[in-house]
Write a protein that binds this ligand. Sequence first.
Ligand SMILES: Nc1ncnc2c1ncn2[C@@H]1O[C@H](COP(=O)(O)OP(=O)(O)OP(=O)(O)O)[C@@H](O)[C@H]1O
Ligand SMILES: [Mg+2]
Length: 288
Amino acid sequence: MPSLTLAERASLVGPLDYKVLKTIYSLHRNHEWIRTSELVEETGLSLRELQPVLVKLYDLRLLSKQIVTGEHSYRITFTALDILAIKKLYVDKVLKSLGIVIGVGKESEVYMGYNFSDEPVVVKFHRVGKRSYKNIRKIRNISKNKDWSIISVENAEKEYHALSCIKKNYGYVPEPFSNAYNAVVMELVEGNELYRSELDDPRGVLDQIISTVRIAYNECKMIHGDLSEYNVLVRDNTAYVIDWPQWSSTDNEDLLVRDIDHILAYFIKRYGIEENTEKILEYIKGKT
Ligand SMILES: Nc1ncnc2c1ncn2[C@@H]1O[C@H](COP(=O)(O)OP(=O)(O)OP(=O)(O)O)[C@@H](O)[C@H]1O
Ligand SMILES: [Mg+2]
């Protein structure tokens, strides 16, 4: 059923299907392919009860299937992980419905959604794919045995944690509302990326970005690690620094220098605003 949207697929997943998906996800902490016999044991369902659920989930493309040691074995797909998140956000009364896709990144899909007061929100689904998997493992020193679904969930938790800390300390980021599985729900910023914005007050926007980096560094002990004109949104001449899942600790000073170099290079090139990198770095580290 390839033409169904994520929201439509989510609506077809009933309580029993949800229970089986959740069980498979939790078993991924141990290994990739989950055997039918393990599922019988873990869910407490009989083979006769379980089989139609597995067929349905496979047809909905929420499971992949393979024979392992002579037994049908399953793993969840990205879409299944998204659906686990949607269901939990619904039960938690955070997300009433899902809308259109507003951004597709290398490691995420960003949707618009609505909360229970019918206000628009953003839902970012982290999808650390096989393609980027080897690289990410190398860069972030991730253990070989970790499943991509677990890494995607950890990335969402990391991003939510960063947004929460920075927002609490009055940095310029979208307000985070909740986190479930691989999803982060946050404020919708109805603006454009910095590279697509024509700023009336470029110095003011640069100051907001630098002060956000300073708050992240001093109050949250975090360095963004991928700061650029593509990861800043601008609405009414106010900056919102987005895309935090890869943040690293303040031990990693090279990353801070690289972030500042990127953003200052953009403001020189586009607006002719020259700043002294050393002075800005000292300011961020709280030395001035
Ligand atoms: N809070 C938000 N409000 C409005 N739009 C958003 C918000 N968060 C993300 N977006 C949109 O989704 C796009 C991708 O988001 P983000 O940069 O966080 O994800 P990503 O997967 O890291 O993307 P990339 O790989 O392109 O860097 C953004 O460029 C922006 O257009
Ligand atoms: Mg981005």
